[in-house]
Design a protein around this ligand. Structure first.
Ligand code: ATP
Ligand code: MG
Length: 656
């Protein structure tokens, strides 16, 4: 390893070298929706390429201008008129696909519903009529605080039909989180349910809405779906869904909206700071989610059964449970509950039951499945699968290989898709019929998107170098701003590098020029002048057969600037770890990545602090490692976990 002065100029170290690579299966490559030529075509005429993708949708009026770009403000397809719900429903029914299944819905207790495109259209028309009757008008905000049930999709599409702006709040969020988002968006209607099923029991939602709405008179009505049959308190502004929606006509004449009319606000998951209300508009968003869903998953809508296991409360649910799949007339599975209810094979049972061909989930879930053991998925027939996807965090190479082997039968490509709430749609990902997949790499920008890895000065790094991922040109599904805060939009995304969009993630290019995402820039550790990504050290830990999950942070250290402190979950779940195993794991990292990356301390913990979307919150672990009071935990799945971890670690003194 070179001395620290020569490397102290580096933006981000490139320590992990992965040599495994899986070429696309021959038949998939031959019949792929998108072939290699798409990259060149898009590079030659990027705007023409996106126009071609926009033509996959049905427009009431064609656009006049593809892109108006006054940095950092973009307008895509100006002059165009389009209705998102018509693109997701009416046009398919008119094309004779009314009997095609839109969703196979599976409730956690095992109840099921099969909903065709024709039925979904009727439900959405009824809900649109009901919302109109409740006084919701174009441009009004509607909050949706729901379990994973079909009515959640119906409510979103009804909003898009009438031009109201939906704001979905994850059903696991607290009263405060809901209240904060209501204040920010000034929603006049809240759609909710009595509750939903989670971990084998009904879990109430309405009481949180009651509390949040009590002090917020701007909310005029609460529309309540009956799902669990739990007792609910009833207030003047409350309306049952089955009364208000059930009685409506299934006819509704949609209005065509401007391509740039707002479609929704989605608050980011809050791994870092105060959640930002990310604004998405209609035409460009729908163009890119539909295209990427079709290209990245090689969707064959006539034959595929597609399942995205995210929650609709996250952007992944918006783009790849609702808008992308429906715009493409796909048949999807939607599941209400948790992966371990009533048993740890529930996901695989669902795949077997519906003969799912494409499955899309998060690395956090995949690592949990690894921890539960290979024998669980082995009990199910997963041979219907042909493509697997990953989203939400960098996928550790070991988790990728496990997923491909144990779920994909060593046969299916795994597409690691990098994107954010802000980008609206997939930005960097392999194409399953084109790209050889490397475990842990998101590979390259999808056709029509220009991503790069740059150094501190914004200059592209050479192959083999590390730095920051940036997006060079505007893309159709890009955020149009932060709701009510233009300055924050400019500061957060457009001020770091002149003229470039800065997502806030570290990345590197390997020797072939393929891209690897390395986690958030805020999490990067500075050890003896080297910028080391959390992702690489965590992946090295996870590559040890005893480790299921790992999170590392840089804690202040007198000698080295920062010292690496690692928190690990063992595959068997033990918390008492013999010192020699800890030593072995530290050495394992040292051998994999070099001595600079060797953690100063390693601690076994029962759980890691995660956001509700499963992302590790390293800033809280940093607080613990530096013996500080733990910061804001309001977006944690389980805030008591911080106490459990803290109690275990009176001995964490980094650097000793
Ligand atoms: P906040 O911005 O409020 O802190 P968040 O960034 O966790 O919240 P999301 O928009 O849901 O909210 O997450 C996007 C981020 O997730 C990306 O910026 C990146 O850090 C990470 N991410 C998503 N997919 C991948 C992937 N395939 N590889 C690596 N990182 C990913
Ligand atoms: Mg973010």
């Amino acid at each position: 390893m070179a001395d620290s002065t020569s490397q102290s100029q580096e933006t981000l170290s490139n320590l992990l070298h992965e040599t495994r690579s899986f070429p696309p299966p021959a038949d998939l490559a031959e019949n792929a929706n998108v072939k290699a030529e798409a990259y060149d075509r898009a590079a030659e005429d990027r705007l023409g390429f996106w126009e071609e993708q926009a033509r996959r949708l049905t427009w009431e009026r064609p656009w006049d201008t593809v892109l108006e770009w006054e940095p950092p403000f973009a307008k895509w397809f100006s002059g165009g008129k389009i209705n998102a719900s018509v693109n997701c429903l009416d046009r398919h029914v008119e094309a004779g696909l009314g009997e095609r299944v839109a969703y196979y819905w599976e409730g956690e207790p095992g109840d099921t519903r099969t909903i065709t495109y024709a039925e979904l259209k009727d439900m959405v028309c009824q809900a649109a009529n009901a919302m109109t009757e409740l006084g919701v008008r174009k441009g009004d905000r509607v909050a949706i605080y729901m379990p994973m049930i079909p009515e959640t999709v119906v409510a979103m599409l009804a909003c898009s039909r009438i031009g109201a702006v939906h704001m979905v709040v994850f059903g696991g969020f607290s009263v405060d989180a809901l209240g904060q988002r209501l204040d920010d968006s000034q929603a006049k209607l809240v759609v909710t349910a009595d509750g939903g099923y989670r971990r084998g029991k009904p879990s109430a939602l309405k009481p949180a809405v009651d509390s949040a709405v009590a002090e917020r008179p701007f909310v005029e009505n609460v529309l309540v779906v009956r799902r669990t049959g739990q007792d609910v308190e009833w207030n003047d502004r409350d309306v049952w869904w089955h009364d208000a929606v059930g009685s409506q006509s299934t006819e509704h004449t949609p209005e065509a909206h401007d391509a740039e009319d707002p479609l929704y606000i989605m608050y980011t998951s809050g791994t870092t700071a105060k959640p930002k209300g990310i604004l998405h508009t209609t035409g460009g968003y729908l163009t890119q989610v539909a295209y990427t869903h079709w290209a990245v998953f090689d969707l064959k809508p006539e034959t595929d059964v597609y399942w995205c296991a995210a929650d609709i409360g996250w952007v992944t649910g918006h783009s790849y449970i609702v808008y992308g799949p429906l715009a493409n007339a796909a048949t999807s599975v939607m599941y209400e509950g948790t992966p371990d209810t009533p048993h740890r094979g529930r996901f695989w049972e669902i795949i077997q039951k519906y003969k799912v061909t494409i499955a899309y989930m998060a690395p956090t879930a995949i690592r949990t499945f690894m921890k539960w053991g290979d024998d669980v998925p082995a009990q199910f027939d997963l041979s219907s699968l042909r493509i697997l996807g990953s989203v939400g965090e960098p996928i550790n190479p070991e988790a990728y290989v496990w997923y491909r082997k144990n779920i994909g039968g060593d046969r299916t490509p795994v597409v690691d898709t990098w994107w954010q709430t802000e980008t609206g749609a997939i930005m960097v990902s392999p194409l399953p019929g084109v790209t050889a997949g490397k475990p842990g790499a998101a590979m390259r920008a999808v056709p029509g998107v220009t991503a790069d890895v740059v150094d501190e000065e914004g200059k592209p790094v050479p192959d083999g170098g590390g730095g920051f991922i940036v997006i060079r040109d505007p893309w159709p599904a890009m955020l149009r701003g932060i709701w009510g805060d233009e300055q924050r939009y400019k500061d957060t995304y457009w001020s770091r590098f002149e003229g470039l969009y800065f997502p806030g993630d570290g990345a590197k290019k390997d020797a072939d020029g393929d891209m690897w995402l390395l986690g958030r820039v805020d999490d990067v550790m500075l050890v003896s002048g080297h910028n080391i990504s959390t992702t690489e050290v965590e992946s090295a830990l996870v590559s040890h057969p005893r480790v299921a999950e790992a999170a590392v942070v840089g804690a202040t250290d007198k000698v080295t600037g920062q010292a690496i402190v690692g928190f690990i979950i063992l595959r068997g779940g033990e918390e008492e770890v013999p010192d020699d195993l800890l030593q072995e794991l530290r050495n394992h990292v040292g051998t994999s990545l070099g001595p600079i990356a060797k953690p100063a301390r390693l601690l076994a913990v029962p759980e890691l602090p995660k956001t509700r979307s499963g992302k590790i919150m390293r800033r809280l672990l940093r607080d613990i490692a530096e013996n500080r009071a733990v910061g804001d935990t309001s977006t944690l799945t389980d805030s008591s976990i911080m106490e459990v971890i803290a109690k275990q670690l009176p001995s964490v003194k980094p650097g000793d």
